[in-house]
Design a protein around this ligand. Structure first.
Ligand SMILES: [Zn+2]
Length: 554
């Protein structure tokens, strides 16, 4: 009777196979997903100020969550718009098309700011331009788009950030709402691109009517007298004069914010830790008033803190302004986690925290320490190259459309009209660049694509190139060299390179289904979106190049 003999065993094996089978039904999902991006947060800021962090902020994320300690950007340029796009699309600029914060747009035949879209109107400010934005420049879908597509738009998605681009790109193409800050009025505003935006919703009008920016700017910005700012360098005042705004020029702590508001308006707020506090105040109101996390479909709040970036640009990374900004952000994060705890419970909210890029040292400071570094005069490069091309081609002309982001866009209208020798033009430009201090190498786009894989940063540079949008000639600078631009000259700092200080950022996970732990296994920032898709069992964004971080997914 072989059948009788084997039947119980078969039954038992089948029973265990079913017990151990992968999930056949959708797992439970979190009520709310919160993506926190801290603009220009270097990895080391997690630890540098830790002695003064409170238990409930960054230390809680580290102590109860999971830290990817070796998370890097894998492309250049490491700027805000490409960074936010990469986090939420799982793709690099080569696919998202977000090749910078601004660039020469060959289709427009004009300079473009990333999210500018004049088909739409400003909602919430008499300033007509500040709301003329949309995500249409972003060529791939976001994890937030995919979440909405996965469940017949039952999930709500909201973007909140002082910066338009860092609110718009994370929230994707089909969010419920997206808000950013208007310097002229101190209001949170939006664009007619977004639904129900013929006027601001009542709760946003009510929030704006509370005039919190006036309250934050009603007293001086000073350090906390109960703390020792001993992570900051003494005598930093000679390096803290960045070029992002003239309002802080020649000044130091304590900053007279009421007087500065009088002179410069609400934009002053961006360069203080209170810009982050206001962002959080508004985001908490959005959770409450839009009823995020109230039903079974997970909602997604994309919040980005920009003041860390403005402060680093303006004051550099070793000043007490920077330390104070992170200490106050830490307390704001504690306030936020506490709010989420009370409202939803830790296990119903999935939080991740990362940065859109890191940031460099202040070049003049490194020079004083005899560490090689420098500022490359990129802002004057177009004039110099036009003159060099005129001399080489034997006639003056308008040969270059734009120089920016360590790229040169040739004027293809002039080239075809005059039947110009593009090989000759390229070699004039490349020869000049290679003769300049701080230039590591320069190449045409074709030469870049043909470099061997092991050529330093060839892969990272290629991942930053979009076939229809990027420049014709690309150059790289030495470590600790930065191009100047309208935001950066001598003091303060900037970012944008393929070097670790710009690519290495925190990546923390916390809450729903997140194991406690840490790993130094290398992770790319483009891994965040596919990992979220795996956790939620939904489709990866349509341009995804990243891989699921296996240690995090149950
Ligand atoms: Zn920046």
């Amino acid at each position: 009777m072989p059948f009788m003999k084997f039947y119980p065993l078969t039954f038992i094996l089948l029973f265990f196979a079913l017990q151990n089978a992968p999930a056949q039904t959708p797992p439970s999902q979190p009520k709310l997903i919160v993506g926190i991006v801290v603009d220009q947060m270097r990895y080391d800021f997690l630890y540098r100020y830790q002695a003064k962090y409170v238990p409930g902020g960054f230390k809680r994320l580290l102590g109860e969550g999971f830290s990817c300690e070796s998370a890097h950007y894998n492309y250049v340029p490491t700027y805000t718009a490409p960074g936010h796009a990469a986090i939420y699309t799982g793709a690099t600029p080569s696919v998202t098309g977000i090749i910078g914060n601004e660039w020469w747009d060959p289709e427009w035949r004009a300079h473009r700011y990333v999210t500018t879209d004049t088909r739409y109107k400003t909602v919430g400010s008499p300033n007509v331009k500040v709301g003329q934005h949309s995500p249409s420049v972003l060529l791939s879908s976001t994890i937030t788009d995919e979440l909405r597509l996965s469940n017949n738009f039952k999930s709500k998605v909201v973007g909140v950030c002082l910066k338009d681009r860092a609110s718009i790109l994370p929230a994707g193409h089909i969010p419920n709402a997206c808000y950013w800050f208007d310097d002229a009025t101190g209001n949170w505003i939006t664009s007619t691109y977004y639904p129900d935006s013929m006027g601001l919703p009542q709760w946003v009008q009510d929030f704006n009517a509370r005039r919190l920016p006036d309250a934050y700017l009603s007293k001086p910005w000073t350090t906390d007298s109960t703390l020792h700012y001993d992570e900051s360098f003494a005598d930093w005042d000679k390096y803290n004069d960045g070029d992002y705004t003239s309002l802080f020029k020649g000044k130091s702590m304590p900053y007279d914010l009421p007087a500065m508001k009088k002179a410069g308006g609400y934009g002053v707020l961006r360069f203080t830790p209170y810009g982050n506090s206001l962002t959080l105040d508004f985001a908490i109101d959005a959770v409450n008033k839009m009823q995020l996390g109230a039903d079974d479909s997970p909602d997604f709040l994309c919040i980005s803190f920009s003041s860390t970036d403005y402060c680093a640009h303006q004051f550099g990374i070793h000043g007490e302004e920077m330390e104070d900004t992170y200490l106050r952000l830490d307390r704001d994060i504690a306030r936020f986690l506490n709010f989420l705890d009370k409202k939803f419970g830790k296990n119903n909210v999935l939080v991740f925290l990362t940065a859109d890029h890191g940031g460099g040292e202040t070049p003049v400071h490194l020079e004083d320490l005899r560490i090689p570094s420098g500022v490359f005069p990129e802002s004057g490069l177009e004039d110099i190259l036009e003159k060099a091309l005129a001399a080489a081609l034997g006639m003056p002309g308008n040969y270059i459309s734009e120089v920016g982001n360590q790229q040169i866009w040739l004027n293809w209208d002039a080239i075809s009209d005059l039947d110009l020798d593009t090989d000759k033009m390229a070699s004039v430009i490349i020869d000049y660049l290679k003769s300049q201090p701080g230039v590591y190498d320069a190449f045409t786009r074709e030469e870049l694509m043909a470099l061997p894989a092991e050529y330093p940063f060839a892969a990272e540079t290629r991942r930053g190139i979009h076939p229809r949008r990027s420049g014709d000639i690309i150059f790289q600078l030495d470590p600790a060299w930065h191009s100047d631009d309208k935001f950066f000259g001598k003091g303060g700092t900037t970012h944008g390179s393929s070097y670790a200080y710009d690519t290495h950022v925190p990546l923390l996970w916390y809450g729903w289904n997140i194991p406690h732990g840490a790993s130094f296994a290398p992770v790319d920032i483009i891994d965040i979106a596919p990992t979220l898709a795996a956790m939620l069992r939904i489709t990866e964004p349509n341009g995804t190049q990243g891989k699921v971080i296996g240690a995090l997914v149950k």
